[in-house]
Design a protein around this ligand. Structure first.
Ligand SMILES: NC(=O)CC[C@H](N)C(=O)O
Length: 360
């Protein structure tokens, strides 16, 4: 097996077993998910990150395309305790370096204590620790990837569920997971997927019943066009968002976001619905959070572990967002009702257009 090195911003250089060759750099993050490696590896929200799996065996049920969330692997490199040959071969075919036989407990401890950090990776017959350090030195901070939307968004307007006769959704693609589109189409919606920087005129042309801002990688401040669409449409069109979408909606309506120390990535994050008192288990993948929802949104759901906002409702506008992934790929499926709520909000608004408030 090839030599393999990981150089961390904390100064450590780790050695492991090379499973797919190449060099890479990115922000080092970890997920505690014990299933769903195909979904995670094809989730566009992992763009420009190096993904560590804390669960010790990854790949034990193979690699099947029907579970992919997009058409390629997005993390820049993959770190694990043990990768199966199937997964290693898949990553090699995608030119994504992979390393196993690492002490992932050590990596997770470093990230929990030092926060998500830059790292450099070198894997190959002639790879050296210095090669990994050279990659680390060229690594950019996540917030400095100002054009990241361009890397993951559709190039052109595309339509899904054309023959459906339900609601018309204008989905702003900042790196959407395929199962979000599938969840809407399965509920009889027609989904128009627009590039992250679509013009208001192009979106308006499909006469949407709801503007839906997708998940996606990086810092929400780097999606100014998507935020400006929210500002424009929220006055008379319902707005929904997932993950990055929640963060973009909050910023557009006067709220603020901030980077978390190491984020939430896993499939068992408990979320409390403030009004009903119900707790649901959720899939998550984010490193930023809404710090202050501002005066137009209220927090409807919170993370049980750290109280961060997991759901927002509009106070005077029709808005609902989630920080977690209600599309539940991979499960748990407690949260799929979000899509019914979004489409019900759209139906209601279509049937009773907002009354223009009288001047006082
Ligand atoms: N899954 C997502 O949409 C991620 C949102 C954002 N990029 C974050 O890291 O917080």
């Amino acid at each position: 097996m090839n030599p393999a090195y990981v150089a961390l911003e904390s100064g450590h250089v780790l050695e492991g077993r090379g499973r797919a060759p190449g060099t890479a750099r990115g922000e080092l993050v970890f997920t505690t998910a014990y299933t769903g490696y195909e979904e995670s590896l094809t989730d566009p929200s992992y763009e420009e990150q190096v993904l560590t799996f804390s669960y010790p065996l990854i790949g034990n049920y193979g690699v099947r395309e029907e579970r992919f969330e997009s058409d390629r692997v997005h993390p820049r490199a993959v770190l694990a305790r043990e990768l199966t040959d199937d997964v290693a071969a898949w990553l090699e075919s995608e030119d994504v370096p992979a390393i196993d036989h690492l002490d992932t407990r050590d990596i997770v401890t470093d990230v929990r204590e030092g926060g998500a950090m830059k790292c450099g990776i070198a894997v190959g017959k002639h790879a050296t620790p210095d090669d990994a350090v050279a990659e680390l030195e060229r690594c950019q901070a996540m917030s400095d990837h100002t054009e990241i939307g361009e890397q993951v968004s559709v190039a052109e307007h595309a339509v899904h569920g054309e023959d459906n006769d339900g609601e018309t959704v204008a989905l702003i693609d900042c790196g959407v997971k395929g199962s979000i589109i599938d969840s809407l189409v399965a509920r009889n919606a027609t989904v128009h997927v627009f590039p992250h920087d679509a013009s208001a005129a192009d979106v308006d042309a499909v006469d949407p019943d709801v503007l839906f801002v997708s998940n996606g990688p990086g810092d929400p401040k780097n999606y100014p066009q998507a935020a400006s669409l929210v500002e424009t449409f929220v006055e008379d069109t319902p707005v929904a968002g997932i993950c990055l979408g929640q963060q973009i909606v909050a910023r557009a309506l006067g709220g603020t976001t901030e980077k978390m120390t190491f984020g939430h990535r896993g499939v068992n994050q408990p979320v409390l619905d403030v009004e009903s008192g119900q707790v649901v288990m959720t899939t998550q993948n984010h490193g930023y959070t809404v710090a202050d929802p501002g005066s137009h949104l209220e927090v409807s759901q919170i993370n049980v572990n750290d109280d961060t906002p997991e759901g927002l409702d509009g106070i005077e506008h029709d808005v609902i967002t989630r920080q977690y992934h209600p599309e539940a790929n991979p499960g748990p499926e407690d949260t799929l009702g979000f899509f019914d709520d979004v489409l019900a909000m759209a139906t209601q608004s279509r049937n009773s257009p907002r009354a223009i408030p009288a001047d006082d």
